[in-house]
Structure formats: C-alpha cells, structure tokens
Ligand binder design. Structure first.
Ligand SMILES: NC(=O)c1ccc[n+]([C@@H]2O[C@H](COP(=O)([O-])OP(=O)(O)OC[C@H]3O[C@@H](n4cnc5c(N)ncnc54)[C@H](OP(=O)(O)O)[C@@H]3O)[C@@H](O)[C@H]2O)c1
Length: 299
C-alpha cells in the first residue's frame, strides 16, 4: 500500500504476544489500536509504547466476550479512521483451572508438553470445568467470530485487508483423535459455521457427561484444543468467503507468557513474528492457510 497509512486492531494486547505484536506493527509504521478488556491494563501498556516513541499506538477497550464492547470498538474505528486494514485476533484463554504451584513442582519437560505426552502428568495440576471450558470457547472461538463480524464492514473498506487468527499447535487436525470429526473439520468445501456450532455443543455436552476421552476429544487441554481447531476451520470458511483479503491463522510458537504459566520457552519477540508477518503480507499473498510461526504448514 506504499506510503498510505494502515490501521490495525490487535485484541488481548495489554501483555504477552499481543503487546509485542502491537509494538512490532507500530515500529513498521502501522497505526495500531491496542485493545484490552481491562481499561487500566490497556492504558498502561499503551503509555509504555508511547513513551518508547511509538505515538502511533492508541488504546481502546475491548472485551471479546462482550457484544456492547465490540460494538463500541467498531464505532470508534468507523468514526476515527473509516476503515480497518489489519485485524489480529490474539486474545485467548487456556480453558483450564490451574494449580500453578503444583504445575511448577511437576517441572514438565517442554518437549513432552508440546508432544502432548505430558497429558497424564499435568491432569494433576489442571482441571477442565464446564465454566472454564465455556469461557474458553466464548473467547477463542465465539469471541474471534463476533469481533471479526463486527469489523468486517470496515475491513471491506480497505484495499488490502488482512486477518490474522492466533491459533496453536493444538489446532492441528492430526491431533484430533476421532476420525469422523477430524474428517468433518478438514473438509473445507463443506465446512459451515453451523457445523462448528454443533461440534462445540457436542463437546460441552460430552464434557458435562464426563465422556471426553471415550468420544475422541483431545485430552491435552481439551477445550483449548477444540476452540483452536474450530478457529482454524472458521479461518478457512472466511478466506473462501472473502477472497480479496488475506485471512490466515498462525501458531506463534511455544512462548513464555502467562497463558502457559511461563512454561513456554520462546521470547515474545519471536512469538509475535508470525502474526506480524501475516499482518503485513503483500497483496496477492497466501490466504486460508495455517502457519507454524512464519512457515506455512498443514492444517
Ligand atoms: N504462549 C504460547 O506458547 C502460545 C502458544 C500457542 C498459542 N498461543 C496463543 O497466543 C495468543 C496470545 O496469548 P499469550 O501467549 O500472549 O498469553 P497472555 O500473555 O496470557 O495473553 C492473553 C491475552 O488475552 C487477553 N484476553 C483474555 N480474555 C479476553 C477477553 N475476553 N477479551 C479481551 N482480551 C482477553 C488477556 O487479557 P488479560 O490480561 O485481561 O487477562 C491477555 O491480554 C492466545 O490466543 C494464545 O492461545 C500462545
């Protein structure tokens, strides 16, 4: 887009990968709306970047679970800028209730964690309750969907819109044990949002019945995993619907942040690289793809 100013929204940006994504985008000249659900935390993060000379970062409150908050952000972007060029759906929830002391004492090997091998060990330290699972789906899947839908009219005003959905390794289809579900989620031609709703309803139903394992759901972070699998599927649905935009999802790496209780090994500077690259894709770049950091990978 040459010298023309670009406008970006990053969700869940008061800390972690989101905060670093804002920083890197602002450094590359993009005007970034740093959003956070908590006004105080968001303003503090914004001030920090402003003090570092990044005057092109502005704050607006956004709780991705709150329809009114989403509407207010969309109105703000409409009035201030009239369009949106980049949306980074970064906000996320783990879906578990954790005893951090127990988790630390377990001292899980990062390699086992990533491979999902630590599943039996970590059950001691983390529990998936109905409430924690619901909150996770409402943030990682429905939150992204509602924010995106509200901002799509503004993205359509951009000559080169980009949507980046921050996903996870847990989203990969090969990790979905149930074969029928894996096939359904990978059948991009026939995927619909209704199908995803049904899958998520079934998940919550099985969780309530204490029947996740027998029904072939992932046991390593079950709610988080299906939320991110669904997010990837939604990314593909959107990419087909809006072929002029670049709409992709990305696993940021195993990054040292609060969401994994700092078990992650990579610094946030590296964790934000995938999101930033996809936010700044040139015209004609890939769409409807899944990236492992900056490299395209299989869904
Ligand atoms: N770190 C990793 O290794 C890793 C790996 C794979 C994927 N990811 C993904 O990367 C993304 C960023 O996570 P992170 O590692 O940077 O974790 P983080 O430091 O814990 O950041 C998560 C952010 O999401 C925000 N958030 C949670 N619920 C929200 C809501 N309802 N509305 C708005 N914001 C909300 C949090 O805000 P509060 O501060 O108010 O809680 C926080 O700013 C997530 O989508 C995560 O799933 C991370």
């Amino acid at each position: 887009m040459g010298d023309v100013c670009r406008y970006a929204v990053v969700t869940g940006a008061n800390k972690g990968i989101g905060f670093e994504t804002v920083k890197q985008l602002a450094k590359s000249g993009v005007t970034v709306i740093l959003t956070a659900r908590n006004e105080k935390r968001g303003m503090k993060a914004t001030s920090l970047l402003n003090e570092q000379g990044l005057s092109n970062v502005v704050f607006h409150q956004l709780d991705v679970q709150d329809a009114k908050s989403i509407e207010s952000l969309a109105k703000f972007v409409q009035t201030q800028y009239g369009r949106l060029d980049i949306l980074v759906n970064n906000a996320g929830a783990s879906g578990v209730v954790v005893d951090e002391d127990v988790l630390r004492a377990l001292n899980v090997d990062p390699v086992d964690w990533l491979a999902g091998k630590a599943v039996n060990v970590i059950q001691v330290a983390m529990k998936t309750t109905y409430e924690s699972a619901k909150l996770c789906l409402d943030t990682n899947y429905y939150g992204v969907k509602n924010v995106t839908e509200a901002l799509l009219p503004l993205l359509q005003n951009s000559p080169s819109a980009r949507i980046v959905n921050v996903s996870s390794l847990r989203s990969e289809l090969k990790r979905v044990p149930n074969e029928e579900r894996r096939k359904e989620l990978g059948d991009v031609e026939n995927l619909t949002e209704d199908k995803l709703d049904k899958i998520l309803q079934n998940f919550l139903h099985d969780l309530k019945q204490d029947a996740l394992e027998v029904n072939g759901w992932q046991m390593m972070l079950p709610a988080y995993s299906i939320s991110k699998v669904s997010l990837n599927a939604y990314t593909r649905i959107l990419a087909r619907k809006y072929p002029k935009m670049c709409i992709n999802c990305v696993h940021p790496g195993y990054v040292n942040t609060d969401i994994n209780w700092h078990t992650g090994t990579m610094p946030v500077e590296e964790g934000a690289e995938g999101s930033v690259m996809l936010a700044l894709l040139p015209d004609g770049g890939p769409t409807g793809c899944y990236f492992d950091r900056t490299v395209v990978d299989e869904f």
